[in-house]
Ligand binder design. Structure first.
Ligand code: CTP
Ligand code: MG
Length: 175
C-alpha cells in the first residue's frame, strides 16, 4: 500500500473513537443541559448545546467504536498491518478527552459572549482533537506524522460531517 495512504488510514484508525464521540451527540436530541442552566459571570456556563444525553451518548458510542477496533484489529488484512494498536484505556482516554474538549470549547465560547451554535474557527474543529491528543498522551505518544495529518484533515471532515448533519436535520447550522 502507498505509504501516504497508509499514514492517512493509520490516522483515521487511531482517531475513530474520538470522531465517533464527537459526531454522535447531535443524534441524541438531549434536553438536560450539563450546566443545569446555571450562569457564570452573566452568561450561561455552557449553554443548551451541551446536554447529559449528548455527553453520555458520545462516550458510549466512542467506546463502542473503539471496542469494535480492539476486537477486530487482529483480523485485519496483511496489507494494512501496523496500524496503531488500540486498547480500552486508549479508547477511553480518547473519548473522554474529546468530550472534555467539546465542553471546554463551549465554556470558552460563552465567555466570549457567543451564542449556542455560533461558529468558532479552530475551537469547533480542533478543540476536541487537541484535548483527545492531550488525554491519551500519558499512555500513547502519538507519532508526529499522525498528529499532523489529523490537524490538517479534521477541519475538512468536521465541515463535511456538519453539512451532512444539517441536511439530515440533526444539526441546527451547517457548521
Ligand atoms: N450536543 C449535546 N450534548 C453535547 C454535545 C452536543 O446534546 N455534549 C448536541 C446539541 O444538540 C448541540 C449539537 O449536538 O446543539 C451540536 O453540537 P455542538 O456543535 O458541539 O454544539 P453547539 O450547538 O454548536 O453549541 P456551542 O455553541 O456551545 O458549541
Ligand atoms: Mg457547534
Amino acid at each position: 500500500m502507498d505509504p501516504l495512504a497508509l499514514l492517512i488510514l493509520a490516522s483515521f484508525w487511531f482517531i475513530a473513537p474520538a470522531y465517533a464521540a464527537n459526531g454522535f451527540p447531535p443524534l441524541m436530541r438531549g434536553r438536560m443541559p450539563i450546566d443545569g442552566k446555571r450562569m457564570f459571570r452573566g452568561t450561561r456556563l455552557l449553554g443548551d448545546g451541551k446536554t447529559w444525553e449528548g455527553l453520555i451518548g458520545g462516550v458510549v458510542f466512542g467506546v463502542f467504536v473503539g471496542s469494535l477496533q480492539i476486537f477486530g484489529q487482529d483480523y485485519l488484512p496483511q496489507e494494512i498491518a501496523g496500524l496503531p494498536r488500540m486498547s480500552f484505556p486508549i479508547v477511553f482516554l480518547l473519548t473522554i478527552g474529546t468530550m472534555a474538549g467539546d465542553i471546554g470549547g463551549s465554556f470558552v465560547k460563552r465567555r466570549m459572549r457567543m451564542k449556542r451554535g455560533d461558529r468558532a474557527l479552530f475551537l469547533d474543529q480542533l478543540g476536541f482533537l487537541l484535548m483527545a491528543f492531550l488525554f491519551v498522551w500519558p499512555l500513547y505518544k502519538i507519532p508526529l506524522d499522525i498528529m499532523i495529518v489529523l490537524v490538517l484533515l479534521t477541519p475538512i471532515i468536521h465541515w463535511l460531517s456538519n453539512v451532512l448533519g444539517y441536511w439530515i436535520h440533526v444539526k441546527r447550522n451547517p457548521w
